[in-house]
Structures are given as C-alpha cells and as structure tokens.
Design a protein around this ligand. Structure first.
Ligand SMILES: O=C(O)CCC(=O)C(=O)O
Ligand SMILES: [Fe+2]
Length: 267
C-alpha cells in the first residue's frame, strides 16, 4: 500500500498515509512515504494512526456489546498491527471569496468503505441528509442536505460500509458530501483530518450472528476485506466513467477509492 499525494487543482490537495507504512508490511509496488516527510512528521503520522485505532476500537467495543456479540468480535478484526487498509488522510480544500453562492462539491456524495471514520474538522463544509430525507442510492435532493457543525474538542464519528455488512444493515453507513463552507467561513482554506479504520485484510465480510442482527438471506460466497476493497474501487471507477471522469487515478484517490486499498470510500 502506498502513500499518495494528490493535487487535483489548487482547490483540493489530498495526502493519504497508509497504516502499512508504519505497522504492517509496506506495499513494495507502492510509492512509499513522501520524501518531504521528516522523521518528526513520520512520528506524528504514526502516533495519529495509533490514536485513531485506539479510539475506533473503543467505539467498536461499545458496539460489540450493544449488538450482543461475543467479546472482541469486532475489536479483534481491527488490530493496529494486522495488515489492513487503515489510513490517515489530510485534505486541504481551498477557500473561495466569502458569501459566494455557488456550491461546488469537494467530495461528491459517498459512504466510506471503512468500519469507522473519525473526522477532525475546524470549519463547516461536511453535510449529511436530514433524518427524513429520501436517499436514492447516492442521490439526495439539494434542499435535504444539512451541515455537520464541527464542535471544538470533538471528533465526528462516521460508520462506514463494513459496519452495515457486519450487521446486515442494522447499523447504517452514513452518506455524506463536502461542499464549500457556509457564509464567511468559505474564504478560509478548509483542512480535514480523516482517520479511517478498516477490517484487517483477511476478515470475512459477512453479517455476524447475534439475537438482534437480522439473518442474512444472501447465498453469495462471502469475500475478504481485501477483495471487498478492490471491488469497491472497481465500482467507483465504473460510476466515475459514467460521470465522464477521465483520470481514474485521481478519482479513486479523491476519497472515491484507491487501488492500493488505502483511502477508499464507497462512492
Ligand atoms: O473533509 C471531510 O470533512 C470529509 C472527507 C471525506 O468524506 C472522506 O475523506 O471520505
Ligand atoms: Fe467520506
């Protein structure tokens, strides 16, 4: 798995640092860490991944109990040192003049191909549909989007597609998008730190059995988390081609999936 530095435009810069660079086996075909990352920066990213994993595991351990699953059912699939698609992503969305009315999307509507995503935001831009909104696949009417206001000292916790699979949709993967911040805020660059925790590569992507998880009727042979990651990427690329995207590498790295299995979202 490789680190990725993406610059789509002056408007959007993305850096993905995969967990495997520090805790697993780095992808030998990958790009490695960016050259400009100093040893101190590397320590910072390593510690950030470690903290993200600790927080995600504590959320998972609560969910595990609430779902009436045997102890460690979920947490054991999310060990820091097991090979997985975990990553930390830093995004800079360029500011635009305050109060402009256009609403270009930084990230089109998507659900994350993660178990848990922790988001650290300082200014607005993130949106989710309101509770009664009609969501048709990835289509949400413009008037149905609501701001997610960042609160100082808090992280935003998002459940991803893996949790929907593990619970046969008892837990839902939250659709979200990013647009320019509201009002005055949009003149500032918006930074976002994304800590994504995914099931370890060998995890079997199927619903757990529990008294409260609906039984799955699917007769499909379950796949591993690694295979699932690649499937997500190929789905995203097909959708992007339909939308007319030409640079699929950028598409996948823009949170819409990544071949290296780091940084994918299930667009
Ligand atoms: O920038 C944000 O607040 C969210 C980014 C996001 O949705 C993603 O990286 O999957
Ligand atoms: Fe996302």
């Amino acid at each position: 798995m490789s680190a990725y530095e993406g610059q789509e435009s002056a408007d959007l810069e993305i850096l993905n640092i995969p967990q495997s660079e520090f805790f697993g086996t780095p992808d030998e075909n990958g790009k490695g860490l960016p050259e400009w990352l100093t040893p101190d920066d590397q320590i910072e990213f390593k510690q950030t991944l470690e903290c993200g994993n600790t927080i995600a595991r504590s959320v998972l351990s609560v969910l595990e109990q609430q779902l009436q699953l045997p102890l460690y059912s979920l947490t054991n699939l999310h060990n820091l040192t097991d090979a997985s698609g975990d990553f930390v992503r830093v995004i800079r969305y360029g500011g635009v003049p305050a109060f402009t009315v256009d609403q270009p999307e930084g990230f089109t509507p998507h659900r994350d191909a993660t178990s848990i995503t922790l988001l650290f935001n300082w200014i607005g831009g993130l949106q989710i549909p309101h509770a009664d909104a009609k969501v048709d696949g990835y289509v949400v009417q413009d008037e149905d989007w609501r701001w997610v206001k960042p609160e100082p000292g808090y992280a935003i916790v998002n459940l991803g597609d893996a949790m929907a699979i593990f619970t046969n949709n008892l837990l839902r993967s939250q659709i979200h998008r990013v647009v320019k911040a509201p009002g005055e805020q949009r003149q500032h660059d918006r930074f976002s730190i994304v800590l994504s925790t995914r099931p370890e590569n060998t995890s079997v992507m199927k619903a757990f059995e529990s008294p409260i998880i609906p039984r799955s009727e699917s007769s499909k042979e379950p796949i591993t988390s690694l295979e699932w990651g690649y499937q997500v990427v190929s789905r995203i690329q097909k959708r992007a081609v339909k939308r007319g995207a030409s640079d699929l590498h950028n598409v996948v790295n823009r949170g819409e999936g990544e071949k290296s299995n780091g940084g994918i979202s299930s667009q």
